[in-house]
Ligand binder design. Structure first.
Ligand code: PGA
Length: 252
């Protein structure tokens, strides 16, 4: 099965509206000859419609960094899937480890968020990954197993046709540490077989599994050439278009 590589940038809580637009414009220019790899950036909610307007009709797609699972209502400070979709996003990141760590997200809320994204026609990027302690205690596969089975509980494979999984070891996010080739390889292989076991061989072979955690131009070749790695979710290095394009161009 041919999986189109996917390079996505998570801008987190960086960039004002005008900074985001300026960065996005520069990225669009740099992507003029990009093909055969999907490119996405996820700006803050405030910048999302501005950035969506300036990348419209280009190779660069838009994602949100989060959503709230209710359709609408008295939920001060929250943003729904429908609002995100109409603002111009195609993707949404769900269950990022910073959401789990600082905002109390659980596998149950991740599952509800997925449901709401899918109902609204947004393509979900579900983030999973173990902490350093969990890895030290040899619980990595146990944790991933739980995050996948609880996060995807109740879904049929046809509902998940646009699902993207992102394996992001928590200890490698924003730390400059990256998982080594062996670690990434065994996790991605494990996830591929988990999807096969839980759904089907066909589903497993068409679902993209990204790696995330300190991906940068210097290590993109080593990480992206690992079997079963279909692209990257990039934080820090996606903020600078000159760096981000080098990551994208690994696939050209
Ligand atoms: P990082 O972030 O590339 O800065 O480590 C990755 C992420 O949080 O998705």
């Amino acid at each position: 099965m041919n999986r189109i590589p996917f390079i996505s940038g998570n801008w987190k809580m960086y960039k004002t509206g005008s900074e985001a637009v300026e960065t996005a414009k520069k990225l669009v220019d740099l992507c003029f000859d990009v093909k055969n790899v999907e490119v996405m950036i996820a700006p803050s909610f405030l910048s999302l419609p501005l950035v969506a307007a300036c990348v419209q009709g280009t190779h660069v797609k838009i994602g949100a960094q989060n959503l709230y699972f209710e359709k609408e209502g008295a939920f001060t400070g929250e943003v729904s899937a429908g609002m995100i979709k109409t603002a111009g996003a195609e993707y949404v990141i769900i269950g990022h480890s910073e959401r789990r760590q600082y905002f109390g997200e659980t596998d149950t809320s991740v599952c509800r968020k997925l449901r709401s994204a899918i109902n609204e026609g947004l393509k979900p990027i579900m983030c999973i990954g173990e902490t350093e302690t969990e890895r030290d205690q040899e619980k990595t596969f146990l944790i991933l197993d739980k995050q996948v089975s609880d996060g995807l509980k109740g879904f049929g494979s046809d509902e998940l046709k646009d699902l993207v999984l992102a394996y992001e070891p928590v200890w490698a996010i924003g730390t400059g540490k990256t998982a080594n080739t062996k670690q990434v390889n065994e996790v991605h292989q494990y996830l591929r077989s988990l999807l096969c076991k839980s759904f089907s061989k066909d589903f497993s072979s068409r679902t993209r599994i990204l790696y995330g955690g300190s991906v940068k131009p210097e290590n993109v070749k080593e990480l992206m050439s690992i079997k079963d790695v279909d692209g990257a979710l990039v934080g820090g290095a996606s903020l600078d278009p000159d760096k981000f394009i080098k990551i994208i161009k690994y696939y050209l």
